[in-house]
Write a protein that binds this ligand. Structure first.
Ligand code: GRF
Length: 202
């Protein structure tokens, strides 16, 4: 499967995917990495690995719509089988969503529908839950609202700080992302109403 990856940050999820792609058995290839801001460490890493990269910052465009349009065209050029939003902090607009209907997944560092938004682990800690985790879901127009493809849980320990919990979640999250994307590309998936099924064809 051809993967296009969207990032905003360090790109540890991207790195995990790139590592997995080294193994031919994994059956996937990262064909494009796009960042929504300048200076993401993940972009340099991808460029060094010889992957096609682009930085499309909203502030470089006259409007949000034009940014979304540019993102859609750049993605379309690389003809991905799946767009993986891996720590991408912008909500995708209608141009991108309609160019890849049901073909964009996002990984989030909480057990949705609890704690959507950019502070999942902190909000989980503040709430006092004993189990936290990560969710891979199909992107729709909402924020962290799409159909859930996979979830993994980690324990919240008594002396956890936000940083420690975040790292525990991220380790599980990376493994889940690699495993689930591989399964989707190999064995397909299907969405029916609110539910998503792995190892299934539409
Ligand atoms: C991930 O934990 C993701 O859930 C959140 O941001 C983090 C991205 O990390 N939205 P990285 O850039 O892949 O290291």
């Amino acid at each position: 499967g051809r993967l296009a990856v969207l990032i905003s940050g360090g790109g540890s999820n991207l790195r995990a995917l790139l590592d997995a792609c080294e193994d031919p058995e994994y059956g996937c290839e990262v064909v494009l990495v796009i960042a929504d801001r300048h200076g993401c460490a993940g972009i340099d890493h991808a460029a060094e690995a010889g992957i096609d990269t682009a930085v499309l910052a909203v502030t470089d465009f006259p409007s949000r719509e034009e940014w979304d349009q540019a993102l859609a065209s750049r993605l379309t050029e690389s003809s991905p089988d799946l767009v993986v939003s891996a720590g991408f902090l912008k909500i995708l607009g209608s141009a991108v969503l309609s160019a890849f209907p049901g073909l964009i997944v996002n990984t989030h560092n909480s057990l949705l529908p609890s704690f959507p938004g950019i502070h999942g682990p902190r909000d989980a800690l503040d709430y006092g839950v004993k189990i936290a985790g990560a969710t891979l879901f199909v992107v729709d127009e909402g924020m962290d609202t799409g159909q859930i493809l996979a979830q993994c849980a980690v324990e919240v320990l008594e002396d956890d700080t936000e940083e420690v919990l975040l790292e525990r979640i991220k380790a599980a999250e990376r493994a889940q992302l690699v495993r689930t994307v591989g399964s989707m590309m190999r064995d397909g998936w299907r969405v029916e109403g609110r539910r998503a099924f792995l190892n299934a064809r539409p």
